[in-house]
Design a protein around this ligand. Structure first.
Ligand SMILES: Nc1ncnc2c1ncn2[C@@H]1O[C@H](COP(=O)(O)OP(=O)(O)OP(=O)(O)O)[C@@H](O)[C@H]1O
Ligand SMILES: [Mg+2]
Length: 316
């Protein structure tokens, strides 16, 4: 209420505001530097304030790590093999490396493929990774029949949908970890700034934020394999294929790499690991055992792994 007892009139309020505005430049009136009216708290429209492209790319990438199947083409199995054969011609001789292999792998599964030397594991891995084609039988990757694809189309499928991890790491020795991880994105035509952001995020994901600028020769075996895993993950593939990923590592580092594999599996990635070690197969939720190019066991890793170990013991 005003001193006169009536309600403060509008002209009086406006005069006060004008005086306050005039006095804002006077440092004695420190209060006048405060906003006259507290701005209302309005939720920022995310479309209005758009983060830079690099930040957006990192967010999208982080989301793909959590939802790796967002890029998927189908809603069915990631891998579907029906009566797959692979024969190698050696002059007049034919070597049957795979003899009617059939199985399916659902999204988010972690599957070990186990078997003795010569049982057909690497041959199977080459087929799964679209590095090779079956002699006969059906292979569908994420709902797509891959037999009929041209070599160019196959390499496109590899680049877009499959991440590879090899026993021997297969890194470029003269360039940094980050450049190694960026490589698959170069083939995809991703811009330099986005490549850098995505490779950084992938290396952070595998716990190598402190080794980004090291070359492979300046890293331990376990770190090199982490770089290889980051490179496999950087394109957010539908399928991660690892051929004896711990074959060149000591037992402590093997445990570290397997811990990372479980973490990636828990995050929803679909992973197939080839190993000749039944102990490793035992640690996986599912294992498939090959013998002489055929599937002779498919079930929980602890059972298939135990069966594989028992056979190895008998065979000496
Ligand atoms: N390019 C090839 N030409 C002819 N025969 C081949 C070829 N590649 C593999 N083989 C044969 O196919 C069979 C399966 O080989 P593969 O490399 O798939 O076995 P593996 O289970 O990976 O063995 P390892 O554990 O020793 O790596 C073997 O008998 C092998 O000699
Ligand atoms: Mg092999």
């Amino acid at each position: 209420m005003s001193p006169s007892g009536g309600w403060t009139s509008l002209p009086r309020i406006l005069r006060k505001c004008a005086a306050a505005l005039r006095s804002r430049r006077n440092p004695r009136h420190a209060w006048a530097h405060k906003p006259l009216v507290t701005p209302p708290v309005v939720a920022r429209d995310p479309l209005e304030v758009r983060p830079p492209a690099v930040v957006l790319a990192r967010i999208a990438h982080a989301e793909r790590f959590c939802y790796p199947h967002s890029r998927r083409m189908s809603t069915g199995p990631i891998i579907e093999l029906v009566d797959v054969h692979r024969e190698y011609r050696m002059g007049a001789q034919t070597v049957a490396a795979l003899r009617g292999v059939s199985f399916a792998v659902q999204p988010g599964e972690l599957v070990a493929i186990v078997g003795k030397s010569g049982s057909g594991k690497s041959t199977l891995m080459s087929l799964l990774g679209c590095l090779d084609r079956p002699t006969r039988g059906l292979y569908r990757l994420d709902g797509r029949d891959v037999q009929g694809l041209s070599d160019d189309a196959l390499s496109g499928v590899r680049n877009q949908h499959i991440g590879f991890v090899f026993q021997s790491f297969q890194l470029l020795h003269r360039v940094s970890a980050r450049k190694n991880v960026e490589l698959p994105l170069v083939y995809r035509g991703v811009s330099r700034s986005q490549r850098r952001a995505l490779a950084t995020a992938a290396l952070e994901r595998v716990g190598l934020s402190h080794r980004m600028d090291h070359r492979p020769s300046q890293m331990s075996g376990g770190e090199r394999q982490r770089v290889a895993i980051a490179r496999a993950l950087v394109g957010a593939p539908s399928l991660l294929l690892a051929d004896e990923p711990t074959g060149n590592l000591d037992s402590t580092t093997e445990r570290e790499i397997m811990a990372l594999v479980y973490e990636l599996h828990a995050a929803g990635n679909t992973i197939v690991i080839v190993t000749h070690e039944p102990s490793l197969a035992r640690q996986c939720p599912r294992a498939i055992r090959l013998a002489d190019g055929r599937v002779v066991g498919d079930g929980p890793g602890r059972e298939v792994g135990a069966a594989s170990a028992a056979v190895e013991e008998v065979d000496g």
